[in-house]
Design a protein around this ligand. Sequence first.
Ligand SMILES: C[S@@+](CC[C@H](N)C(=O)[O-])C[C@H]1O[C@@H](n2cnc3c(N)ncnc32)[C@H](O)[C@@H]1O
Length: 301
Amino acid sequence: MQRLLRVFNRVLPALAFAGVLASGAQAAGDQPSVPYVPTPQAVVDRMLEMAKVTAQDYLIDLGSGDGRIVVTAAKKFGARGFGVDLNPVRISEANENARRNGVTDKVAFYQRNLFDTDLSQATVITMYLLPRVNLELRPKLLELKPGTRLVSHDFDMGDWKADASVRINAADKFSGAGGDSDVYFWVVPAKAGGSWRSQFPVSGKPQTYEFMFEQKYQVISGSVQVNGRAVKIPDAKLRGAELSFSFTAEVNGAPVKHEFSGRVDGDRIIGQAALSGSRLTARVEWIAERAARVAGTGAMN
Ligand SMILES: C[S@@+](CC[C@H](N)C(=O)[O-])C[C@H]1O[C@@H](n2cnc3c(N)ncnc32)[C@H](O)[C@@H]1O
């Protein structure tokens, strides 16, 4: 876990002198914001396993060093992708690495500032940066396509808690000593916070549902108004664009269990609702339209 910070501390005075400690935005002046420390191969393997990388994925490594993450993703899983690094020596090493491993048709490496890199093509983003750099990247990462998977070696994202994390012991390439590495995994959540409205027939009569969700990153909670009564939603889950929840509410004078699941797509949710009660069992198409976003909660940043 402390491998990068150890190296960072060792080179701190020189980095400060060279202006390397500038923020990411200032790093647009093209000074590396993070020193080079390669991720041990065992940790690379684990990062790609955590992200469940497949041949359908497009992976971008931010600060790609000798290209090992992108090259391993291509060689082991058939994924395509690219890496960016400010250091031209790293880019040459990464291209050589891709050639040696026969994956030049799948990967590319660009000498580019990670803060100026278009990430929209990515289905998976990997990084081994620094806590401050992760935090600086966070708003940009949260704007990515819902469902984009993120994996970070050693550093978290502050109060955006990881969906999963693991600690592994892997040999330190520089010192030869064993060391703990943490790997953090997130799925970019859709923007589901705010109010939503749906109407569909229940036992032949139109029934209106008004949902209100509060969201902080991937954590979501909410309530629903049915027939003028507010009912708490106890178990809302959001993973990428997939939203699911259930509640029991009275419909036509009898309690009915409602189970909703759907995909958030901008200002619509499309999915299904399963209703079950003593007088009815139904499965219906569920479409919700956004009525309003939650304003000024800062929920996503
Ligand atoms: C800790 S190393 C990680 C290398 C590789 N991702 C790995 O895990 O093995 C960080 C890399 O980021 C590069 N880097 C630092 N700041 C950068 C920036 N602003 N834009 C692009 N690359 C940067 C460094 O040159 C270095 O190669």
